[in-house]
Design a protein around this ligand. Sequence first.
Ligand SMILES: Nc1nc2c(ncn2[C@@H]2O[C@H](COP(=O)(O)OP(=O)(O)OP(=O)(O)O)[C@@H](O)[C@H]2O)c(=O)[nH]1
Ligand SMILES: [Mg+2]
Length: 438
Amino acid sequence: MLETKTDQLRALVLHPRLETGRSENTDYDLEEAEGLAVALDVEVVEAIIVPVREIRANEYFGKGKVDEIKAQVKGQDIDLVIVNGPLSPIQQRNLEKKWNAKIIDRTGLILEIFGLRAATKEGRLQVELARLGYERSRLVRTWTHLERQKGGSGFLSGPGETQIESDRRMLMDKIAKMQKELDQVRRTRGLQRQKRQRAPERVVALVGYTNAGKSSLFNRLTEGGVMAKDMLFATLDTTHRIMPLPSGKPAVLSDTVGFIKDLPTDLITAFRATLEEVKEADLLVHVRDIADPLSDRRRDNVMDVLDTIEAGPEHGQAMIEVWNKADLLSDEDFAKVKERAVASQAMEKEMAAYLVSCLSGKGLDDVANGIETALSADDKTLNVCIPPSDYGVRAWLHANGDVLEEDNKKSGDCVMNVRLSEADMGKFRARHSALIVD
Ligand SMILES: Nc1nc2c(ncn2[C@@H]2O[C@H](COP(=O)(O)OP(=O)(O)OP(=O)(O)O)[C@@H](O)[C@H]2O)c(=O)[nH]1
Ligand SMILES: [Mg+2]
């Protein structure tokens, strides 16, 4: 359904700048908040930085500011105030009363965005569950999709006490029901993941800050990929596709939810299943918007989130970086950044980075090669001698490894030199150590 301009909520974006904290990047923070608001399809009437000397328990902002903003909300006919920071339920409630407008804080905003973007059934359930948890702690109805349009019943008026009680009961029921549903979806996904692990394809997961270009890269890299009916696992959902590696071998590429600064804990919990997948990937590809002035800070944010789920290089997981949006760099910056990327590829100790533009397609071949190189970095070779009775093993080696040499002896034995990933090598040693020569 197309919404006309007049249906859009008129929003005021406030970025609280704590006078005590570091504040050098406030402009970008404001810009990010504004961008998120736009992503929600609201009309941003104004976005302003509000200095906060001390956070007040009741209304977050000082009295003077609260009155000032009240006048602005009234004067500009604002429906929604987005506060780009954490509000306690009480602060949110009080400000809503005072300003007579709907308020959402940063967590609420991020939840809404995730809700809009969740593509899979699991994703939708996860967001909804996180949102319900958040609502429960607030005892006020947050902004739901149904209420997005202007003039929805009771949109601006807060619920009364009995309403709150029955809302709370309803929420608990709903949470329990969804938790069940989600458990079911997770079981299915767990099974799929097991299948994927048993399958010979390596799993490569894209991670990165929201809007860095993960999905764009995903689409680019899987362009030539088949939707793999003939592959070993049954379902590839919208976020898993086959990527043909330059050697011709297929890998499974998985697109993931974008990370963001101050990811609400509710969301991290809700997305645990998705994040598990990140953890178990053979390789992480960290997609970064290299033209973003806050690129480095956002890299740190992403690494922090990875750390909380015990994924990434710190936890022994292979990772490379893709520096996207090269087309947005000036010629001068491009040359400098490119030099850094090339240098990183040559250095053992540094994480290899590849400069690309998903928009123009420039650099994508290098990324594909980089992925293949990283995937095979820990490969090991092995000499085996397989008697005819064990020919199933031979097929397994062909499916899972690179057969570098193969010699069929007169005796019927097959002597092979095979390159295997570390993981497959482990499996092979555990099951067929008797067949290993050396
Ligand atoms: N100029 C330019 N824009 C790009 C490039 N790659 C992606 N974009 C744009 O950046 C925006 C975000 O791209 P996505 O691929 O959706 O980013 P994402 O990381 O998947 O974002 P989330 O899923 O929201 O976390 C889109 O508007 C893309 O068109 C690029 O190389 N250059
Ligand atoms: Mg995406």
